[in-house]
Design a protein around this ligand. Sequence first.
Ligand code: ADP
Ligand code: MG
Length: 461
Amino acid sequence: MTLVMKFGGTSVGDAAAVAATAVLIQRAQAAGQTVVVVVSAMGSQPVKVTDLLLAGVDADELRAIHATAVDALLDPDGERQAVLAEMEAILARYAGLRRAGEVLGELTPRALDAIAGMGEQMSARLLAAYLRQTGTRAQAVDATELIVTDDRFGAASPLWPETETRVGERLRPLLAAGVIPVVTGFIGATKAGVTTTLGRGGSDFSAAILGRALRADEVWIWTDVDGVQTADPRLVAGTQTIPQLTYREVAELAYYGAKVLHPQTIRPCLESGIPLRVKNTFNPAHPGTLIVPDAPTSNGAGLKAVTAVKELSLITVAGKGMLGVPGMAMRAFGAVALAQAHLLLISQASSEQSICFATQMQAAQPVIERLRHEFAPELRRRDLDGITAQGDMAIVTVVGKGLQRQPLLTGQVLTALGRRQVNVVALAQGATDCSLSLVVRGGDTETAVAGIHHLLVGHES
Ligand code: ADP
Ligand code: MG
């Protein structure tokens, strides 16, 4: 059985975590699995190496974090010096790119991607060396050799045929020889070999991409919580593990802010029918969460989890003169696309006289400018009353199969918020049968999430 195991930042956050991770890898191999490892940059909460790299900290700070772990884990008579030397080479490139950025005044997206992936390049070398030292054949592999992507720096997408070929050529011989590849998460490279990244949290996606390319039997995401929880444990006390979720449910959760899984992770697994598991490195005996195909029956309907995305703007385009005028939505969304903003939620009254939608707060200004340009004639004629934005909003999303078939659930959610004096500014349900999204004021997020969480934990027990 081929198993892709991805270890997140905390799973390699310090020497003790790296050692625990190595034990999990060795156990899987001892149990007869063919193991492929994907690793994130070191990230003991709240300091994440990737954040430090992007913040442009001094190379000494990065050296200190990594050298401390290397000294604690690797024998001075073994690979310690060799690994430190490889890290020095990476840090020298980092310092060089930073200096270039200072000269130019800013770093290009391309240079930022080269920098952002350096944490993975260091952690993969450390973990592979430690595995070797503890008797396991392992080799660090840069995903720039495996995952071929387009050139959207910062949020690149894999090119499938090329990626499959490269993964096959590079990893299959290692696996056949009993060597565990320790692959850098988060990064890939264009056809021309320029380093790209798959977006923040993208190591989960890397694991799913390799899983699909290798036709793996399962992909396991190892993190620092007991699987996917009923809510963000940092936001709500008393969350519970969700033993099973469908791909669709977890996709909604990830898209609407549950950081536990990168939103794009689901697709490669779904498309090749690979079960996905989320497990806790620091509590491996816990079964965690299993993510499975959508069940054909409606059994198990109910609320499963609640999540939130903050720092959004709700933009409204409204005007009585727009009553029944066709094409307004198309023009509005076209303007949003031109501003390269994401639409997280759309709500429209049936009369077409107003449309409102949520987008990231930092995108609000460019979106409004585009909209004013697009609707300039209507604004002049006063067919449109105005284009307005309310900042500091949040979307709270409840996920659970069969929301549409359970009329009481929506009512219960709204009642839970009403009782806590939370105003629902806009609402959307229906695009999928498994989520309900509510726009609330940013300051109400915690209250709203806690209120809904109370309801859904009550439901389950
Ligand atoms: P990793 O480095 O392992 O990828 P992340 O920080 O990206 O770790 O993701 C794990 C974190 O996601 C958890 O520590 C938790 O705080 C947060 N999180 C947010 N929502 C959820 C949820 N619904 N279930 C589990 N974890 C969640
Ligand atoms: Mg993550």
